[in-house]
Design a protein around this ligand. Structure first.
Ligand code: DX5
Ligand code: ZN
Length: 229
């Protein structure tokens, strides 16, 4: 996985057909997805439950791009090895998930994954002051985590602008997660993001038997950002 700041669209399989992940992933990749975003929820850190390492391992063989695993779980550390073994390329933990995020990030890199750090909308970006050299990706949540299809929180634009300045020349991705549409995507691209997660905006209107809408939805997000510069 090489680093660059080109725009990457990462469909979240939270909005895919849960009975058909393998084909859904192949369909969105064929339709232009750059990464595949996998939302792991524990019903404790967030008020919703999804899936764990066995599911991640099962879908890994259908992913040709990047497997981007977003852990909305607490604690994190006991599960890092299992998600690394399942084939995660990026493993993202929440800063709010426990008292020892520094140790968690060390453990993620130690397990051979790129280390991602997610911030809830209420968490200030200054919390990253002593962590930026330990991360490969910062995920700014633009909704409160737990559900797809929520409304984008505009206060996070200023946060991403600050974060972009703080990161400087470090090879750290800025990922945005929640409420991304062709309307909100350019705001975040302009603020400095390079990875845009989108669930409902990518999967709406399509299916594995009719995947063309996935492509149209991905292109709509991409071209909304093209008109920026
Ligand atoms: C929210 C998840 C997101 C979610 C995004 O807890 O982390 O990845 O699936 O869904 P949309 O794009 O529908 O807001
Ligand atoms: Zn997510």
């Amino acid at each position: 996985m090489s680093f660059d700041r080109s725009l990457k669209i990462a469909p979240s399989i939270l909005s895919a057909d849960f009975a058909n992940f393998g084909q859904e992933i192949e369909a969105v990749e064929a339709q232009g997805a750059d990464w595949i975003h996998v939302d792991v929820m524990d019903g404790h850190f967030v008020p919703n439950l999804t899936f764990g390492p066995p599911l991640c391992k099962a879908i890994r063989k259908h992913i040709k791009t990047v497997m981007d695993v977003h852990l909305m779980i607490a604690p994190v550390d006991p599960y890092i090895e299992a998600f690394a073994d399942a084939g995660a390329d990026v493993l993202t933990a929440h800063l709010e998930a426990g008292p020892h995020i520094h140790r968690t990030l060390q453990a993620i890199r130690g397990a051979g994954c790129k280390a991602g750090l997610a911030l809830n909308p209420g968490t200030p970006v200054e919390a990253l002051d002593y962590l930026l050299d330990m991360v490969d990706l910062v995920c700014v949540m633009t909704v409160n985590p737990g559900f797809g299809g929520q409304k984008f929180i505009h206060s996070q634009i200023a946060k991403v602008e600050k974060l972009r300045t703080m990161i400087g020349d470090r090879p750290v991705h800025i990922e945005i997660d929640g409420g991304i549409t062709p309307e909100t995507a350019p705001l975040m691209r302009k603020a400095g993001a390079d990875v845009l997660v989108a669930g409902s905006a990518v999967f709406k209107g399509g299916s594995v038997s009719d995947p063309a809408p996935y492509g149209a939805n991905i292109r709509a997000i991409r071209t909304s950002c093209d008109t920026l510069v």
